[in-house]
Design a protein around this ligand. Sequence first.
Ligand SMILES: *Cc1c(COP(=O)(O)O)cnc(C)c1O
Length: 405
Amino acid sequence: MTERFTGSFTQQEPIPPAGIAAANAVMQHGRLHRYNTVAGEVAETALLEVEFAASVGAQYCLAVASGGYAMTTALRACGVGHGDKVLTNAFTLAPVPGAIAAVGAFPVFVGVTEDLVIDLDDLAAKLDQARVLLLSHMRGHICDMRKLMQLCDAAGVTVIEDCAHTMGASWDGVPSGRWGRFGCYSTQTYKHINSGEGGLLISDDAEGMARAIMLSGSYMLFERHMAAPPPETFAQIKYETPNISGRMDNLRAAILRPQLQDLKTQCDRWNALYDVVADGLRDVPGLRLPVRPAQESFVASSFQFLLLDWSSRAIADVIARCAARGVELKWFGGAEPTGFTSRYDSWRYAPSAPMPAADRILAGIVDMRLPLTFSVDDCALIARIIKAEVGAVWQNQAAGLHQAS
Ligand SMILES: *Cc1c(COP(=O)(O)O)cnc(C)c1O
């Protein structure tokens, strides 16, 4: 009998009961706006900021409307504006170049390695083209952060980290988001904590965070922020900084606070699922798993493998065969951008010189979600299906059935 998987790759877990209760309490009192508080009350949003800052060891935190908003705010707070260039990953998702475009700037794309991290040699060669790097820890793969920071510091390039896929992760014991001037997180439904939409911005930089708080639409109520620089930091900045509203509300913050308490447990559960899939796909001919260095403490909310140098037809065949058995794989190499799949040459508003080395990698990346509604047994089954179908197509290729791409 041919095994088939029947689970949903897009079904998240419910909001924990404590989050539902806290959200109900906010709806009962009706003060959803973060600055709408009664005497002695601290808004859920302000509490979330304090707790998130403490969880990563940051001085300051700002809760905002989305991960994309966190990134545009960080870029603006670093002084990036019209016509500027910003270094970023060729392998990332649309909100990243979108954040750069939102401030009128242009991405300069940097290549990707076979281990799915930013190519540090390509970065070194391009550091003279921009003052800021918006580094995307795409799909939770973290590069050698010490080396990256050395390169960027030496060149005077400011680093902003996109941690949409690395909340809870670290490199060499230092949390992702704590290496650059700013760390940006998303709480969109498919990320590590879920409020539907939402974002968090962290920094130790008082001036940068004061700008970010003013930008987010704090009116002149910045003193109500607790994970914020002291009021005197705002003395000039409050006059100079436009209000570009993108605040988080108390309802979302209420839903997120209990999830933040559970984050470590959830990360361990993701990694247990990842291990099962990885074990099932080791030593499959033609299939490469990214190497994960000992310094990388990752959170595997998704799974990637490479079918490097396979023809497009053969990869499309693998995707179709797996789909027929209920396993939804995304292919970053597809000619047309579909679903969440995106790559630098899909973003025609941000033209790039061709990047043949990156193209070779991107063409072979296969991607899959690992929602926590999957069990260990589900993941073992998924791995068996992928292994069988990759194996079948590999044999067809060897027999010459898939020559032209
Ligand atoms: C989700 C995501 C973001 C932020 O997205 P929002 O939908 O704006 O919260 C940023 N970078 C990557 C790589 C993402 O996947």
